[in-house]
Ligand binder design. Structure first.
Ligand SMILES: Cc1cc2nc3c(=O)[nH]c(=O)nc-3n(C[C@H](O)[C@H](O)[C@H](O)COP(=O)(O)O)c2cc1C
Length: 188
């Protein structure tokens, strides 16, 4: 099996991180992988916001956790009630990809860019986990104002579509769940 496919098959979402920050060189390589993702009409309509300020990360974490408390999903409400639960699992870096809402397909472009970044990180031994909470918070009625109030803003006309945390894992890499059967149709 070649190294690329091995990385795709072994990448896992990690939910426990060491405080050690990712090196700048590695961060730039991961970003570059995101910037080389395909995009509709080659528009590259993305903006990468890298949050490595731990005070800001904690403020955002608190906002996200508060939004869980109001979720219609019982499991999310239960998570929010746990003192131990940290939305970002104490990871030292959060990346938010926002996309130009006037582009052809900014959501898909942003998600593909983040997919590249998760895989690039895994190839460098850096763990990651997709984060839906910041996107949910932005999408709520008061979201953009709340994020702006803690100092998290995006370029004009850009909407955050994808977010993920990155860092060094504090646990052995989890094993993949078995793949669901019957998810493929060949028409030959
Ligand atoms: C759209 C999307 C949203 C996700 N949101 C979260 C999240 O908010 N928190 C989290 O811990 N994991 C989140 N995940 C990670 C999934 O739970 C994870 O990918 C899945 O359980 C499969 O595990 P694996 O990534 O280790 O293969 C999300 C994944 C996707 C694709």
């Amino acid at each position: 099996m070649n190294e690329t496919i091995k990385t795709i098959l072994t990448r896992r979402s990690v939910r426990s991180y060491q405080p050690q920050q990712i090196g700048e060189k590695e961060m730039h390589e991961i970003l570059k992988a995101g910037q080389y993702a395909p995009s509709a009409m080659g528009q590259q309509p993305w903006h990468f916001t890298i949050v490595q300020n731990q005070v800001l990360l904690e403020k955002l974490q608190i906002l996200c956790k508060a939004s869980f408390q109001h979720s219609e999903n019982a499991a999310m409400r239960e998570l929010a009630s746990s003192d131990e639960f940290h939305v970002f699992y104490h990871a030292p870096t959060l990346v938010i990809i926002s996309g130009n809402s006037k582009a052809v397909a900014p959501l898909w472009d942003s998600v593909l860019a983040m997919g590249n970044m998760l895989l690039a990180a895994a190839s460098l031994g850096i763990a990651s986990c997709w984060q839906h909470a910041p996107i949910m918070v932005y999408g709520s009625h008061t979201g953009p104002a709340s994020l702006s109030s803690i100092g998290l803003t995006f370029p004009t006309d850009y909407i955050p579509y994808a977010a993920a945390v990155f860092g060094y894992s504090a646990q052995p890499f989890p094993k993949a769940e078995p793949r669901k059967p019957d998810t493929v149709t060949f028409l030959k």
